[in-house]
Design a protein around this ligand. Structure first.
Ligand SMILES: Cc1ncc(COP(=O)(O)O)c(C=O)c1O
Length: 407
């Protein structure tokens, strides 16, 4: 069946060049990078080459790159590592309500261990207000962690502005840049961050490998103890083929990023405009301009995201939804709820994330398939007498209308 893959925010297919680079590290250069002999030295050289490639993409020095098992571990290393290293200075952390669970669940865990956590709200487009960050900083604040771009709605946060505020206040600043590294410029000095997380499989590299950028001079504690790899911050024999693949993916991103971002933004806009034109009661979620070039997210009123996904999949189109099915009941995503979307819309979220292979014909395939799916599901829901919810796009906690109805 013709398959259209529009779920690149979940994972990207590894680039052919990445696979080609990884194979020798599996077949031939399999030494332990810590060994003194030639087998080990050859593997260590591969790691250092990859570290330099990742550093070039981030505009930092290679020593500031610590390889991890992925974005989740990089986030945890940044948050727990900074919190424990700076415990004596204070136990207050600041984050936002729309972070990935790799961050939110981490800070929640620290909350249970005695840290105080301020979770900043976002506006209806998913943006954090830098002034709110400034207002939340206290003398005992040790870390601010705000993501670069949101994985569900694609909103890009004002990271450089927040970074400037943190620096002036002497507070460490971490950003989860898993959705932006390799897709948008992520030069750490421009972003004014002390720590930044990235993940290989979101930039056409392999799964199970990522990195934390850690600014020179910033001290954190490790999560893992052992042989003292990665400057003592991430013990465990390195995943050499994965690291090599990540390095190659970083090199490719550097050469292709700008052209690809404009190509994808045009396709994304075609998709969003087409959906709004063809489907009644559909709302584009996220920021109108500050959004990832490859991310098109919408909410379809009165339907469940999962039901639409199943029909899209049957039509050969792979997408995703922000709602998660937990023990049979659909929960709207924490991101859409934080943005204040009414449940009648939030449950019907769909996310199309485009990538290197995406063509105009594929976008048109979605525009041809989805309106019919929505009509069919809405007819079925009406026949079952299901309540399509109130007409407002944004609702208050008591169901009061906060914004104009969608026509
Ligand atoms: C924003 C964000 N942070 C962290 C992660 C976790 O990355 P990994 O899958 O490499 O653990 C993801 C993955 O979806 C993500 O989108």
């Amino acid at each position: 069946m013709y398959r259209v893959y529009l779920d690149h925010a979940a994972t990207t297919p590894p680039a052919a060049e990445v696979i080609d680079a990884m194979l020798p590290a599996l077949r031939n250069i399999w030494g332990n990078p810590s060994s003194v002999h030639g087998f080990g030295r050859a593997a260590a050289e591969l790691i250092e080459h990859a570290r330099a490639s990742v550093a070039r993409l981030l505009g930092c020095i290679p020593r500031e790159v610590i390889f991890t098992s992925g974005g989740t571990e990089a986030d945890n290393l940044a948050i727990f590592g900074a919190a424990y290293a700076r415990e004596a200075r204070g136990r207050h952390l600041i984050t936002s309500a729309v972070e990935h669970h790799a961050v939110l669940h981490g800070v929640e865990a620290l909350g249970k261990r005695g840290w105080e956590v301020t979770i900043l709200p976002v506006d209806r487009t998913g943006l954090v207000d830098p002034a709110a960050v400034a207002a939340a900083i206290r003398p005992d604040t040790t870390l601010v962690t705000i993501m670069h771009a949101n994985n569900e709605v694609g909103t890009i946060q004002p990271i450089a502005e927040i970074g400037e505020i943190c620096r002036a206040a002497g507070v460490l600043f971490h950003t989860d840049a898993v959705q932006t590294v390799g897709h948008l410029p992520t030069l750490v000095d421009e972003l004014q961050v002390d720590m930044l997380s990235l993940s290989g499989h979101k930039l056409y590299g392999p799964k199970g490998v990522g990195a934390l950028y850690l600014r020179k001079g910033v001290r954190i504690k490790p999560l893992m103890y052992g042989g003292g790899h990665e400057r003592g911050l991430r013990s465990g024999t390195e995943h050499v083929p994965g690291i090599v693949g990540l390095g190659r993916a970083a090199e490719l991103a550097l050469t292709e990023m700008d052209a690809e971002a404009s190509r994808l933004a045009a396709l994304r806009d075609r998709l969003l405009a087409g959906l709004v034109e063809r489907i009644p009661n559909v709302a584009v979620t996220g920021h109108p301009t500050r959004r990832l070039p490859n991310s098109a997210s919408v909410c379809v009123k009165g339907l469940e995201g999962e039901a639409m996904l199943i029909h899209l999949d049957a039509a050969g189109i792979a997408a995703s939804s922000g709602s998660a099915c937990t023990s049979g009941s659909l929960e709207p995503s924490h991101v859409l709820m934080a943005m204040g979307l009414a449940p009648g819309y939030a449950l019907g979220s769909l996310r199309f994330t485009l990538g290197r292979g995406t063509t105009e014909a594929e976008i048109d395939a979605v525009l041809a398939a989805l309106p019919d799916i929505v009509t069919k599901l809405r007819v079925q829901a009406a026949l079952k007498g299901e309540d399509a919810g109130c007409d407002c796009l944004f609702c208050g906690p008591g169901g009061e209308e906060l914004a104009e109805s969608v026509p």
